[in-house]
Ligand binder design. Structure first.
Ligand code: SF4
Length: 389
């Protein structure tokens, strides 16, 4: 491996498994999720996941898996035996670290909660629940199919079944005030053990929410209220001992999502399943991979080719350095400037850094890391664009 492609500190190696099916499409969602009228042939999909895992194992020899993440879509709609078969296949191909984090995303409906014990027996040790809101009116407006009561029951069950759990909430919803959010977040923290993901609602292209907004039927909080909601989020979580370790993720120190840290620290990961992405380190550089998004087309491709990759290209040094910045500056810990130098073959532009420091947007830590400041985080995209330009 050339020096430029070496990771200065190895963040670990992860597997991502994408399960692309949902019971219905949420109006804000731009993930690769599909609704099917008939039951999915899970046995056929399992064979395809096995084949794709074997393909990636051939590209990542010598690695030990430190994290596996089932994302989607709604992977909690899988049978637990499907998750078990995929985990067994991974364990036959790579050594799995004894303390590996194995996460499954789940929707908090009562039906899915009944499978939690089966998922635990399959080897899942952490769940991430898509609660999204803690009152029925807002859940309905977000197109969610569970009630607030069901969601809290699922959270409580997850707390008793899994070693670790987290749940997601979406804020800056239509009509939400800072007072409402403070109350809701306080109630959420009482249910959260050590990790919460708190996402600001954004309108993504080609979603139902985009169409509603364009017709004037969806009005999101303006910039001032959105900033107030952001400030409430930071204040309430910090006081509760769950500060932001990433722009939208909060944890007690030590309880961070180790899987996502591998992405944000620009580590190596293999992605399998429809629409999965990967970053594979090879002696000739870092490969960016992506698979076919359409589930049945992916299935056929894997059955005929042994993999569903539709993109597999080496990244240039500049592309890697940009990705490293984009991911690393999401983290409260920031980045090691020398890692950028190693990847890019040049230093960060000192005039841009100095100008952002003067504006209070970024700062150096006592250990010489560069991080976005508390003032810079609400405008993170603009700060990163400025540094990367
Ligand atoms: S459940 Fe999740 S992945 Fe599925 S449509 Fe809703 S937001 Fe998207």
């Amino acid at each position: 491996m050339s020096d430029r492609n070496r990771i200065v500190e190895d963040p670990g190696f992860a597997l991502y498994v994408h399960w692309p099916f949902c019971l219905s499409k949420c109006p804000y969602c731009d993930f690769n999720s599909h609704v099917r009228a008939h039951p999915v042939d899970e046995d056929r999909f399992v064979e395809a996941y096995r084949a794709e895992l074997a393909h990636r194992a051939g590209l990542t020899r010598g690695r030990t898996v430190s994290s596996i993440f089932f994302g989607g879509g709604t992977p909690s709609l899988m049978k637990p035996s499907t998750a078990a078969a995929i985990l067994d296949a991974a364990a036959a191909l790579w050594p799995i670290a004894a303390n590996a984090e194995i996460t499954l995303e789940a929707n908090p409906t009562s039906v899915e909660a009944t499978r939690f014990r089966g998922f635990r027996a399959a080897g899942i040790n952490r769940v991430s629940l898509g609660v999204q809101a803690m009152n029925d009116a807002d859940l309905k407006a977000l197109g969610r199919t569970h009630s607030a009561t069901e969601a809290m029951a699922a959270v409580d069950l997850a707390a008793s079944v899994f070693e670790r759990y987290s749940f997601d909430l979406i804020y800056a919803r239509p009509g939400q005030t800072a007072k409402d959010w403070r109350t809701e977040l306080g109630a959420a923290i009482l249910r959260a053990r050590d990790h919460l993901s708190l996402y600001q609602l954004t309108v993504e292209p080609e979603t139902m929410f985009e169409r509603l907004r364009d017709r004037g039927k969806l009005v999101l909080p303006g910039d001032d209220l959105a900033r107030d909601l952001w400030d409430v989020t930071q204040e309430v979580t910090s006081k509760a001992g769950l500060p932001a370790y990433e722009v939208s993720n909060h944890a007690r120190p030590g309880a961070e999502s180790r899987h996502n840290l591998i992405y944000w620290r620009y580590g190596e990961y293999a992605g399998v399943g429809p629409g999965a992405h990967g970053r594979i380190l090879t002696p000739n550089g870092r490969r960016a991979q992506a698979t076919e998004r359409h589930p049945e087309t992916w299935l056929t491709a894997v059955e005929t080719e042994g993999h569903g990759l539709v993109e597999d290209a080496f990244l240039t040094n500049d592309e890697q350095a940009d990705e490293f910045l984009l991911m690393g500056l999401r983290l409260a810990e920031g980045i090691e400037p020398s890692s950028f130098h190693t990847m890019a073959g040049r230093r960060l532009d000192p005039r841009r850094v100095d100008s952002l420091i003067a504006d209070g947007m970024v700062e150096y830590t006592p250990h010489g890391r560069l991080r976005v400041s508390a003032e810079g985080f609400p405008v993170l995209d603009a700060v990163v664009a400025d540094l990367a330009a």
